[in-house]
Design a protein around this ligand. Structure first.
Ligand code: GTP
Ligand code: MG
Length: 230
């Protein structure tokens, strides 16, 4: 039987988490929130919705939040693990469509940059940053994936187990690129499904220069190591 756990990392998403949880309630999925001690009371809203929350003491990064959530999902024996942002950028109607493809590929990526994928309300700067990161990662790493930075994904548990996620090092959105690489390296098949990504209407972006720099440095060093055959 197919069982899915949606893992949602949160930091100060009090204005958007409630409506997301209400929509997810209509799907045959379990939900686990990994909250990093959000001072705005995000965890309390989740608990009031009857959702399980792993509360960590402080902001420890997206990568470590997912590593924690994935380990719990595998321990509990789910067959699929879903990644989704809490800021309203990822739509539940897209998740419903993505779930129809479970079984076709071990990693399904909700993609902005395939035909019929779309972005709404994003600044040109963010669009170029995302497209630039994807172009750079594909050039250096030959991933052949249009949206390697997307955080809207479904992994089969079998693939996640093979990926040994505990050893993934990235913390910012580079986590998604490193996970894509590892998935392919461990023989995972990847499919991209078009989504409409909508810029957050509330709360603050956690995107920063440090996060973008982490991606550039890691992609460059992986590319160089590839070049010298390591
Ligand atoms: N637990 C945890 N969650 C985080 C952390 N950083 C970001 N998140 C959550 O991860 C998801 C994605 O973060 P965003 O701030 O939307 O980052 P982004 O999508 O790259 O940037 P914007 O969409 O422009 O805001 C959201 O649900 C955040 O609340 C963190 O350090 N710890
Ligand atoms: Mg976001």
């Amino acid at each position: 039987m197919n069982t899915s756990l949606v893992v949602i990392p949160t930091y100060n998403e009090v204005e958007s988490i409630g409506s997301l949880l209400d929509l997810l309630r209509t799907l045959a999925v379990d939900v686990l929130v990994i909250d990093d001690g959000s001072p705005d009371g995000t965890a309390q809203v989740c608990l009031a919705h009857g959702i399980e929350v792993i509360s960590r003491s402080g902001k420890m990064g997206l990568g470590s939040a997912y590593r924690t959530g994935f380990a719990i999902a595998l321990e509990r024996g789910y067959t699929n693990v879903i990644e989704m942002d809490a800021d309203g950028s990822h739509q539940v109607e897209d998740l419903i469509r993505m779930m129809e493809w479970i079984g076709t590929n071990e990693l399904l990526i909700g993609s902005r940059w395939v035909a019929d994928g779309a972005i709404k309300n994003w600044s040109k700067f963010r669009e170029y940053l995302s497209k630039g990161a994807n172009a750079y990662a594909n050039l250096l790493l030959s991933l052949d994936v249009k949206d390697t930075t997307s955080g809207f994904r479904i992994y089969s548990a079998d693939l996640l187990r093979r990926m040994e996620v505990a050893t993934i090092k990235s913390e910012g959105y580079c986590f998604q690129i490193e996970m894509t690489r590892r998935a392919i390296a461990r023989g995972g098949s990847v499919g991209e499904i078009p989504i409409t990504f909508i810029e957050r209407a509330h709360g603050q972006s956690k995107m920063s220069a440090a996060i973008a720099l982490e991606a550039v440095l890691r992609i460059t060093s992986w590319g160089l190591l590839r070049l010298i055959g390591r």
